[in-house]
Design a protein around this ligand. Structure first.
Ligand code: PGA
Length: 249
């Protein structure tokens, strides 16, 4: 069975509740006919609003982070159970901004990914190399290290439930999109590494993220091992995001 394209909007720290609801109202009619998986990842404060607005549509809602424990003295954090209670279906884990700016570690991710799966939240695990690592020829080494560490606690049979986003750090928010060759090679490599750990290779969905725009989306999404996109900047505008959903076919 072909893999269903998966297009996710990572809003990062953007959009108030009012802005989020305006976006969803503008987006829904534009993507009414799509068969793709469309996922919106608002900030915590707008999750409930987006969940309410999308009921009855195919749009899924994801958080941008969560804590691995169920509850406790973790000021400022949110648990899987709290997300599930809101009818959130997925969660981004290990985005490079969390790794770089907030000290998210592979050790924490090794606990977060199984915690999300145990709560029936679909993890969208982000991996990707820095510019220095790519220039130094270490892209595959970095990807393998992150994948092995972050997925260490996930059984082979559950691995294909994890969506992996290949997000080269040098391409995020820079306007410097990976070439189709770079995106294809990295996404194929990710499929191989996770496949070797026992994932159903053909079911695993691997996304590309990093400066995806309506103009570059179709070429990237047509690559054999790129199953979708994690979109930041261009996902703040409903027209641009709808165009990317459409470009996925
Ligand atoms: P960008 O962000 O599309 O603005 O580069 C992508 C991401 O960080 O997920």
């Amino acid at each position: 069975m072909p893999r269903t394209p998966y297009i996710a909007a990572n809003w990062k720290m953007n959009k108030t509740v009012a802005e989020a609801s305006e976006f969803v109202d503008a987006l829904l009619p534009r993507i009414a006919a799509t068969q793709n998986d469309v996922v919106i990842c608002p900030p915590f404060t707008a999750l409930a609003e987006v969940v309410q607005r999308r009921y009855g549509t195919a749009v899924k809602v994801a958080a941008q982070n969560m804590h691995e424990e169920d509850s406790g003295a973790f000021t400022g954090e949110v648990s899987a159970a709290m997300l599930v209670e809101l009818d959130v279906e997925a969660v981004i884990l290990g985005h490079s901004e969390r790794r770089q700016l907030f000290g998210e570690s592979d050790e924490a991710l090794a606990r977060k990914v199984p915690a999300a799966l145990a709560a029936d939240l679909e993890p969208i695990l982000c991996v990707g190399e820095s510019e220095a690592a790519r220039d130094g020829g270490q892209t595959e080494e970095v990807l393998e290290r992150q994948l092995q560490a972050d997925l260490a606690g996930v059984d082979g049979a559950d691995l294909a439930k994890v969506v992996i986003a290949y997000e080269p750090i040098w391409a995020i928010g820079t306007g410097k999109v990976a070439t189709p060759k770079q995106a294809q090679e990295a996404c194929a490599y990710i499929r191989d590494v996770v496949g070797m750990r026992g994932a159903a290779r053909d079911e695993l969905r691997v996304l590309y993220g990093g400066s995806v725009k309506p103009g570059s989306a179709a070429e990237l999404l047509a690559l054999p091992d790129v199953d979708g996109a994690l979109v930041g900047g261009a996902a703040l505008d409903p027209e641009d995001f709808a165009a990317i959903v459409e470009a996925a076919g």
